[in-house]
Design a protein around this ligand. Sequence first.
Ligand code: ATR
Length: 302
Amino acid sequence: MISGSARLAGVIGHPVSHSRSPLLHNHWLARHGIDGAYVPLPVPPERLETALRGLRAAGFAGLNVTVPHKQAVAAFCDELDEAASRTGSVNTLVFTADGRCLGSSTDGAGFLASLRAAGVDARTGPVLLLGAGGAALALAASLLAHGIPVLVANRTRERSEALARRLATAAGPAPRHAVPGPGVRVLDWAAWPAALADVALLVNTTSLGMRGQPALPTDLSRAGARLVVADIVYVPLETALLAAARARGLRTVGGLGMLLHQAVPGFAAWFGVTPEVDDEVTALLASSVAASGQPAATDASG
Ligand code: ATR
């Protein structure tokens, strides 16, 4: 229901037509009988500042931010949470009643929440991330903040090295942990299959395996029996990597959970209710993915 005093939120990106966030948030609004709406807001980079000022002036409670604005919006925020300042990337904005703009990055926490929901404890050993883009940075920052060692392998090695340097610097002189926390170890792209014996969790954060993209070259022959394999790609719901892992009897976690869980803190802040990631909403999103057949970004906030 939408009355004259409905609370408003939305997703800004360019494009946003692929975004599943409107489907998800409007489902939760209906489910909780909240007087509100969540709308797609296609905003090109040159109109970002005007759009942010306008949406704030129009009384929006906040926004999700997706490609290509995740870095640029950080400059408009009065405050960033720890994950956003570590990664320089913002996927959730909250406009407060006293006129401030709070930026947060919920992708990393969303990924960890999706693991927990799948019954996977990421603290049992090192995590190997494939890829070194924005998604890898968000995941690595959250894993490190929980004291979990991270290995990164990327086709372009300098990008993994830049990611490792960024997180080493972002950790700052006063780390969260009493003892110095773990860092990021960089592996050559060709070396990741051989490293599997020593890791507890393998996560694909590259765009490989997404519908319309080549499959990730998959060699899981060195995997220990307790390796968990996760993919943040959710179109298709089961990537070739996950299928290969399942065929070996390994546990798998698909990308849909991260998409759902990263959305929870924004909804709670804008609409005042913490929504459930339950079977009903998971099935809704899964059927939307299955029906669309469209490629989607690895960007979880999409
Ligand atoms: P995001 O911000 O969503 O993580 P991105 O910054 O475009 O997206 O990163 C995409 C990731 O997929 C990168 O790690 C990229 O590797 P490069 O840094 O070498 O470009 C990876 N990727 C894309 N196509 C690939 C391919 N054909 N083989 C290996 N890695 C690939």
